[in-house]
Design a protein around this ligand. Structure first.
Ligand code: SF4
Length: 158
């Protein structure tokens, strides 16, 4: 998956999708460290044609691998204190556009990510400290009426 390839090509016209999901949960190596966070039950949603996946950070123009980012004082910065807010906002907008284009009302996103986290994120000190909060994409989707479910909650319900 690159930043222009978000499996939209696999979509069939007129098909309805229930969920938009984080690509790393489907086994795509989109994380900052070049790894995935595979969740078999979420990957199954793709295989069943019930979900489409995207990676907001790649949609926003970031690459794999990349330095980890955290939200601090309303901005997204990487571990070298470079401001990556624009890329995160761009990725969130593109993710929202995909969800709206396919009339998707639910998202399953990777908890703790500065893009996808829906209950917890890291505190901006790069010390592995979690705080209550939402990632940029999770908040963008929520504000636009899309129910955001964490991967942890979804998996616990299975
Ligand atoms: S932005 Fe979301 S989909 Fe992309 S690697 Fe991070 S958690 Fe996964």
């Amino acid at each position: 998956m690159n930043n222009n390839d978000n499996n939209i090509k696999a979509l069939k016209k007129g098909h309805c999708y229930e969920y938009i999901v984080s690509a790393c949960l489907c086994g795509e190596n989109t994380r900052y460290d070049g790894k995935s966070s595979l969740s078999p039950e979420i990957k199954k949603l793709i295989e069943e044609g019930r979900a489409i996946m995207c990676c907001p950070e790649l949609l926003g123009g970031l690459e794999v691998p990349r330095l980890p980012c955290e939200i601090k004082d309303g901005k997204v910065v990487n571990a070298e204190s470079e401001d990556k807010t624009r890329q995160f906002v761009d990725g969130a907008v593109k993710t929202l556009e995909i969800a709206q284009r396919y009339n998707i009302k639910k998202a399953i996103l990777k908890e703790k990510s500065p893009s996808c986290g829906s209950n917890y994120i890291y505190d901006g000190t790069f010390s592995k400290t979690l705080i209550p909060g939402k990632g940029v994409t999770a908040e963008m989707l929520r504000l636009n009426g899309i129910e955001v479910i964490s991967n942890e909650k979804f998996s616990n319900q299975m």
